[in-house]
Design a protein around this ligand. Structure first.
Ligand SMILES: Cc1ncc(COP(=O)(O)O)c(C=O)c1O
Length: 400
């Protein structure tokens, strides 16, 4: 009898975490490495939010809370959905977990049966397919091509839907491409979904506030109210509020789904950290002005990175609408050999030779389901980014 579960054998560890760890190890061993792998802002959590966490500790708010969130946090989340997305929810429709990741996982575990299909536009956040597999479902990827700004079309979505489709996972702005769907582009998808009432929508809005150049964020239940009864709108404080380590994510949707997710959480992790929940109340209800100043830094960095990568031989890098990632195409580098003698057959070869030879850690595109590309997280200092892009240019120049 095998000791490990069969389900686990179908799942791979997160490649983004693996790259971050590898870069950390090389650095610890004294190597000069610049890590562009981590999906988290380099900014500190704003002072008012940290103070709310400290206050919670000092006031002894350190006990178990309601399984899926403090009433005051649920109220703050309902107010956020109304304010930002014009969506009406009551606290019974809200679930809070240890990060957006746990929210998504709870929803999949609560709903998937063997054979159920989940449509995931590629390139995708690395965890979606593996979470679907862990929950017993079948991931079905559709490719958003470079020519279409890495976005899928209504036609592609229509073709992927079968009687077994349970969920469509939507993520805009996207990890790993930064691509954001305009209202018109999203409407094209929601029009298709309206024709298939058995398909539910999981909208991962984690990068909502990281939208640039006047790009207007939109979410499916807002664009198509007809989908409200079968949409789970997911969000969190990790990215916009620089709170990745606090582990708070949340979602709103139909009461029965939220109750099922609560059941999963009640038998796995119980409530998310009480201190973090109080900090999240402050994040959502407190001043929001630092988001704009953080975004100004992100735009500056994005523009520099896009320009420098496009100047590297063999690389094409589109300018995305949001998040803090770019997803350059390396078609022009394939088939060549690096200065260190590595034949670049695919994006994994490219990323590992770049790390070994020039000390820049990026995540290869195959991990996100669309090749040949790599992902750069530009949530790091301007100086580090400039040096990293200079090294990438040198690496590409050395390809023969
Ligand atoms: C698209 C996307 N969704 C969800 C998450 C999960 O974020 P967290 O669990 O920190 O809230 C991430 C984090 O990288 C992400 O990129």
């Amino acid at each position: 009898m095998p000791f490990l579960s069969e389900t686990l054998s179908r799942v791979k560890p997160s490649p983004t975490i693996a790259v971050t760890n590898k870069a950390r190890e090389l650095k610890a061993a004294g190597k000069d490495v610049i890590g562009l792998g981590a999906g988290e802002p380099d900014f500190d959590t704003p002072a008012n939010i940290k103070a709310a966490g400290i206050r919670a500790i000092e006031e002894g708010k350190t006990k178990y809370t309601a399984v899926d969130g403090l009433p005051e946090l649920k109220e703050a989340i309902c107010a956020k959905f109304k304010r930002d997305n014009n969506l009406d929810y009551v606290p019974a429709q809200v679930s809070v977990s240890g990060g957006g990741k746990q929210v998504l996982y709870n929803a999949l575990v609560a709903t998937l049966n063997a054979g159920d299909e989940v449509i995931i536009p590629a390139p995708y956040w690395v965890s979606y397919p593996d979470m679907v597999l862990l929950a017993g479902g079948t991931p079905v990827a559709i490719e958003g091509k470079l020519e279409n700004g890495f976005k899928i079309t209504g036609e592609q979505l229509e073709a992927a839907i079968t009687p077994k489709t349970k969920w469509f996972i939507f993520n805009s702005p996207s990890n790993p491409t930064g691509a954001g769907y305009s209202k018109e582009e999203l409407k094209e998808l929601t029009d298709v979904l309206m024709k298939h009432p058995h398909v539910w929508v999981m909208s991962d809005d984690m990068y909502e506030h990281l939208a640039f150049d006047g790009f207007e964020f939109c979410t499916p239940a807002e664009i198509e109210p007809g989908l409200y009864e079968r949409t789970l709108t997911v969000n969190g404080v990790s990215k916009a509020y620089a709170m990745t380590g606090w582990r708070i994510g949340y979602a709103a949707g139909p009461v029965e789904l939220i109750a099922a997710m609560r059941k999963v959480q009640s038998q796995s992790t119980s409530n998310p950290c009480s201190i973090s929940q109080y900090a999240a109340v402050e994040a959502l209800n407190g001043p929001q002005d630092f988001i704009a100043s953080n975004n100004a830094a992100f735009v500056r960095r994005r523009n520099m990175v896009v320009e420098m990568l496009n100047a590297a031989e063999g690389i094409t890098c589109p300018t995305p609408e949001g998040a803090f990632y770019v997803y350059p195409d390396i078609s022009g580098c394939l088939g060549k050999t690096s200065a260190g003698g590595v034949k670049i057959e695919n994006d994994e070869d490219f990323a590992s030779a770049l790390l070994e030879e020039n000390g820049v850690a990026v995540v290869f595109g195959a991990a996100f389901g669309l090749s040949p590309n790599f992902r750069v997280s530009y949530a790091t200092s301007d100086e580090a980014l400039k040096e990293a892009c200079t090294r990438i240019q040198a690496f590409c120049k050395g390809l023969k």
